[in-house]
Design a protein around this ligand. Structure first.
Ligand code: SF4
Length: 236
């Protein structure tokens, strides 16, 4: 089936991503997915995150596919209670194919460990875009939109109790909320039935090392404590 036929048949599919939903039409051809952002990725296309890998590693749904070394899909526990969604891969991530492995990622792991959360067991980490924006620029809205179906599938498959959105780009990419991160960090929001909290990006904390009250690091400490309390409530 040509992409145009597939689009005309299925249109732009972005329905509820609840785990129980499956919107894959009978005549859907998944081989077309990596070729064009116009080809929708129906909910339920992938049975596991591993099944996404061949598509992401060959994907050219946006221009970021031309300059990447590796697609960076995710790491951690795919059944984790917490899903962390960041902005996009940086140089270390592009080289290793793993998200959150540079200095910012190491700081995030320390922040999680400060409330006894393991990045391997308690968390699954991924990004709004799977390929590195050149020069670590912010992904464009078109790039985020092109990659969004993959992150929607990751959310559906992990089915976390809590989603943490690190930085404004992650918030905007998933929810469309364009407010600044300092306005909305630390607030619980409901997105399609998932409990989400926007938090500061660890790279921002690296640039602002003060631990004084109301500093970015102090605010993150308040947020991660609230996240730990909420997780304990949800898993009690
Ligand atoms: Fe495909 Fe996402 Fe990479 Fe763009 S960023 S090429 S949509 S995997």
């Amino acid at each position: 089936m040509a992409p145009e036929e597939q689009i005309s048949l299925f249109g732009s599919l972005e329905p509820s991503i609840s785990p129980a939903s499956s919107a894959v039409p009978a005549h859907f051809d998944p081989a077309l997915i990596p070729t064009s952002a116009k080809v929708p990725i129906p909910v339920g296309t992938y049975g596991s995150i591993d099944e996404m890998v061949p598509h992401c590693t060959t994907c050219h749904r946006c221009e970021l596919g031309q300059s990447r070394i590796n697609s960076v899909i995710g790491r951690g526990n795919p059944q984790a209670p917490i899903l962390v969604i960041g902005e996009g891969p940086g140089q270390n991530e592009d080289e290793t194919g793993l998200p959150f492995v540079g200095r910012a990622g190491q700081l995030l792991e320390k922040i999680l460990a400060s409330v006894k959360l393991s990045a391997e067991q308690d968390v699954y980490l991924c990004n709004i875009v799977k390929c590195r924006p050149p020069g670590n620029r912010t992904p464009t809205a078109d790039e985020s939109d092109a990659c969004k179906p993959y992150v929607l599938e990751q959310i559906r498959l992990v089915n976390p109790k809590i989603i943490l959105l690190t930085g404004a780009t992650a918030v905007r990419g998933l929810t469309g909320d364009k407010r600044g991160i300092t306005k909305i960090r630390g607030q619980w929001i409901d997105w399609q039935g998932y409990l989400c909290m926007p938090i500061l990006h660890p790279a921002y904390l690296l640039r602002n090392p003060s631990k004084e009250p109301n500093s970015p690091k102090w605010l993150m400490w308040q947020d991660i404590k609230a996240i730990r309390v909420k997780l304990d409530e949800l898993t009690a």
